[in-house]
Design a protein around this ligand. Structure first.
Ligand code: AMP
Ligand code: ZN
Ligand code: FE
Ligand code: FE
Length: 277
């Protein structure tokens, strides 16, 4: 089978439904050659699966999808091949966990004011490190306060809705620097999903290393646009499914992937760095 490295997926450490080790098993059963677990604002998935992946013979690259902001636009930045224990990465993640916790509590207060009672503990689960709005939506659904997950966003917690509280985020520019300091590569995630497309030009002027050009539910023509931009700017092109398990039923692990050459470059850098740990 051809080489496939899915460099974008989520585990139970953030808002996915499959544990990090199960992701390794699933990747192997699908014949994938390599994987990066890119949970939102945490590297825990990498740590939980590292040894297991080694035993099973799957190349597991360090990864995370970091939440940032540029102007008013929410921007996701994929970090790869960084030192997972680097203090700046660890500090970034800790800061996000703490500010998200405060934000979630504020959201719960607003829901409570409207008669929807959710305790903070109800948002927690075994491996979960990073708690976000999708978890709040799930509890709202479980308790019968909404009809669907989408309904929760539309009525209460979506941007600008009555129980919405904005998140505290670091600037995209700062986060690219953090990733570089930690020895990694910064990749602009799913550029086609950025709501304010006008900011994409500004983002592309930042010292990114790559752009996510292969993505689930991407048609070839759209994909081509990002490939052209990448070659103009000298960025490499990564790819991944953005698999979340059962909460995103239309997206299968391995349905988008990075080219072998790109993966090899990331992997060589990661393994080279590993000698200096
Ligand atoms: P958070 O990082 O906690 O602000 O949560 C962001 C996540 O919530 C996104 O990645 C989406 O999965 C989900 N989300 C945000 N807005 C909506 C929306 N309007 N409809 C459905 N899902 C949404
Ligand atoms: Zn997610
Ligand atoms: Fe994302
Ligand atoms: Fe993602």
């Amino acid at each position: 089978m051809e080489f496939r490295a899915d460099l974008h997926c989520h585990s139970t450490c953030s808002d996915g439904t499959v544990t990090p080790k199960e992701l390794v098993d699933l990747a192997l059963s699908l014949g994938l050659s390599a994987l990066a677990i890119t949970d939102h604002d945490t590297v825990e998935g990498y740590f939980l699966a590292e040894q297991y992946a080694k035993e099973k013979g799957l190349a597991l690259l360090s990864g995370s999808e970091l939440s940032t902001v540029h102007g008013r636009a929410s921007i996701h930045i994929l970090a790869y091949a960084f030192r997972p224990d680097h203090p700046l990465i660890q500090a970034f993640c800790l800061e996000q966990v703490e500010s998200r916790r405060e934000r979630n509590c504020e959201i719960l207060v607003r829901l409570r004011e409207r008669g929807m009672e959710i305790a903070e503990e109800e948002l927690m689960s075994d491996e979960r490190v990073v708690v976000g709005r999708p978890h709040i939506a799930q509890v709202l659904l479980n308790k019968g306060y909404v009809y669907t997950l989408q309904d929760a966003f539309n009525k209460y917690i979506g941007d600008g809705k009555p129980c919405y509280v904005p998140a505290k985020r670091r600037s995209a520019r700062d986060v690219v620097e953090v990733i570089h300091e930690a020895g990694g590569f910064a990749v602009l995630a799913h550029p086609h999903l950025i709501k304010q497309q006008s900011v994409v030009g500004e983002l592309l002027e930042m010292p990114f290393d790559g752009i996510e050009g292969y993505y689930s539910r991407f048609n070839f023509v759209r994909n081509l646009k990002w490939l052209e931009i990448a070659s103009e700017k000298g960025f490499f092109v990564t790819g991944g499914s953005d698999f979340h398990g059962t909460v995103k039923p239309g997206v299968a692990l391995g349905c988008a992937w990075a080219p072998e050459k790109t993966f090899n470059k990331l992997w060589a850098h990661f393994k080279g760095d590993a000698f200096f740990y």
